[in-house]
Design a protein around this ligand. Sequence first.
Ligand SMILES: NC(=O)C1=CN([C@@H]2O[C@H](COP(=O)(O)OP(=O)(O)OC[C@H]3O[C@@H](n4cnc5c(N)ncnc54)[C@H](O)[C@@H]3O)[C@@H](O)[C@H]2O)C=CC1
Ligand SMILES: CCCCC/C=C\C=C\C(=O)C/C=C\C/C=C\CCCC(=O)O
Length: 178
Amino acid sequence: MVNNAAIVNEGSGWQRVIAINLTAVIVGTKLAAAHMRKDKGGKGGRIVSTLSVAGLVQSHMTPVYCATKHGVRAYITGLCKDPTRPDQGIEYAMIAPDAVDTPMFQSVDSNRVLFWDELKDEMKRRMMKPQAVGEAFLQLLRSDVINGAILQVDIQGKTFRHMECVNDGVTFDPSKAF
Ligand SMILES: NC(=O)C1=CN([C@@H]2O[C@H](COP(=O)(O)OP(=O)(O)OC[C@H]3O[C@@H](n4cnc5c(N)ncnc54)[C@H](O)[C@@H]3O)[C@@H](O)[C@H]2O)C=CC1
Ligand SMILES: CCCCC/C=C\C=C\C(=O)C/C=C\C/C=C\CCCC(=O)O
């Protein structure tokens, strides 16, 4: 199951950004896990959530969007450490792209995004094609163990990180997965 939908513009109100980017991830994950868990008759599986560099760093870019991505990281990190998770047979992981050339980026409302004039050139310099994220996603799914992983994707390439080690450069070691 993949939690991917999100919005960045606050045109309909910042509460809507929280509803779609964070509340819906929690609701969807609960529904999926209840269906998937092996200890309740399901087949187990993987739940991957699309984060963002905005969920790894503190930035002055649109702060509500940033808060929702940090919230997703905290929520999913908690689930991946649940002591009953191995019996449930569910793995949790995230993928954290830098700027990607998608309708989200193209539809930024420059009147509503603080510092957009300052940020847009920097973001265009770092911009990746969506295919780069798709390839990284497949790499994540092909890995034998993914619970506790964040796959960070930027123009430098891809880095697997442990959820708790996003800032100190520690890369993902499956034997240390939760
Ligand atoms: N474009 C970028 O620079 C980056 C995007 N991301 C993340 O990647 C994910 C995908 O975003 P993009 O493809 O870039 O944006 P996008 O705007 O192209 O796609 C977002 C999708 O979410 C869906 N969606 C929005 N609100 C919804 C709702 N209420 N119910 C159901 N579906 C809804 C839209 O229909 C759309 O298909 C998001 O989680 C975003 O935060 C992460 C890092 C960078
Ligand atoms: C300022 C709002 C930008 C909105 C652009 C559209 C989509 C962005 C989606 C993201 O998930 C964020 C992508 C890139 C963020 C870029 C920079 C954040 C700061 C990073 C840093 O300080 O290193």
